[in-house]
Every structure is written in structure tokens, then in C-alpha cells.
Design a protein. Sequence first.
Length: 286
Amino acid sequence: MDTSTYKSEVAAAFNSAAASYDRLGVEFFTPMGRRLVERAAPGEGERVLDVGCGLGACVFPAAERVGPGGRVVGIDVAEAMIEEAGKEAARRGATTVELRVMDGEHPDFAPRSFDVVLGSYSVIFLPDAPSALARYAPLLSPGGRLAFTSPVFSDDTFPFLPPVFTELIPRELLLDLPPQWQPERLQQRFNSWLADPADLTRTLEKAGFQEVSVVDEPVRLVAESGLAWVDWSHTQGMRLLWNHLSEDRRRQLRERLITSLDAMRDGDGPLTIDTPVRYVTATVRA
């Protein structure tokens, strides 16, 4: 993988989506981020780093927990995301929140700067996430905690999306994707260390962590309609997939998803999909 090209693509995609990211009436990242903070349990006065902070799904719940004596730093590779999160911090009067544009693969902080490192659907997508995780261990104080979320990967489901999408996205529509975005390559990249909790535990232990906990919980994704979900999917990670499809295949997939998702609704009610999410926590090894 050309990591510089990959990072440029990610930054460009999220810069373009920042103004509407997670703001189209679809509930998912916000409840997932709040639950991750609950599991990490930052306490009064602690220092928290959120990697790939987006608009602050973890940042603001963490700030509530650490109180006026604590500190929360959010970093993101996308400058527009940091700008939008900064507006939200100002609106909330969140004076203990600091936001920086930074490459999460190479965090630029002094050793033992934090008590908790968070990463909700973010750190796993770094080009070499296992190596990057090892760079976060020295940033934690003794007994410091790492907590992140991940999709629940398996060999028989479409990468990143709830299992229901495996049948909704025909593989033939994805034939013009670049090799690194083909489902088989994505599975090779992520499943090799994230699918099996034992592999995940070994990876974290090698990176300098211990007491690894892997817990799968569903997060209920709620959207007004199939159209709302598809529009929302253009504002988050799936935007990278949409951007690589030809115009014809993009149109075909859009129509198929809207029709299929609307068929899953109960009458005029919202679309609800229970999405498996993996919550991983660990402490830094002394």
C-alpha cells in the first residue's frame, strides 16, 4: 500500500464530508462513542487522547467525565474535521478540550502525556495499525488505558458493514475498485489481526499492553429511510468506496441499497439495524 496516497485520500474524503459528517439524522457514531467512553471510564482530572476524533463523539463525553481538572485532546488527519469539532467545542464552552490536526499513525506527544487513549472506528484504519498502537503505549502513564472500537470482522461478511449488507452489495458492482479496496484485500488486511480475539490480544500484547478485554455489543443504527442511510454513508468511511466506483456502478449500488433498506422498514417507521461493534480495552504494560 502507498501510505502517503492512502492518507491523502482519507484526509480529502473527510475534509469534503466534514460539514455533514454524522449530521444527517442517522444515529450510530454518537452512541458508539459514548459507550466507548463508558467502557474506558476516564475519571476526574485525567488526561484523555482521542485518535481520529471526527466531530467529537468521544471527545465531549470524555470531557464531561474528566471535569474541569482534566484535559481531552482530539486529533484528526482531516483539517476540516478539527475545524468543525472546534466550533462544537466553542458552542459547548468546552474549555478543557484541545483539538489538533495530526497524523494518528505518528502521534507527536511527550511520553506519559495521557491516562487514556481512545479510538472509535479510527485507529484500526491506520495503514499499519499494529505498529501505530505500539507508539501509543509510551504516551500513557503507568496503569493507563487504551480503548477502541472496531467492526466485528468475519470471512463471510462484507468488510466494515453490518452483516445484512453482505447480500445487499453484489460483488460484481465492486469489480472496478482498485486492488487495495477489493473486499478480499480488505479482509486480508483487517481480519488477520482483528477477527479472532486471540490474534487481537497477541497484537496488543506485542504493542506493549496487557489485561486485554474484547467485548462485542450491538449498536442500534437508526435512519429515517434507505435514502437517509445512503446519503449518510457518503459522509463517513464508506465514502472511500463510493469515490472509487464508476458512475454507473455507483448509481446501481445506490438504487439497490435504497430499495432494499426501505423494504426492511416497518411501514413508515425508521430503518433500524443492530450493528455488531467490538469494544477493546487494555492497560499499558509497566
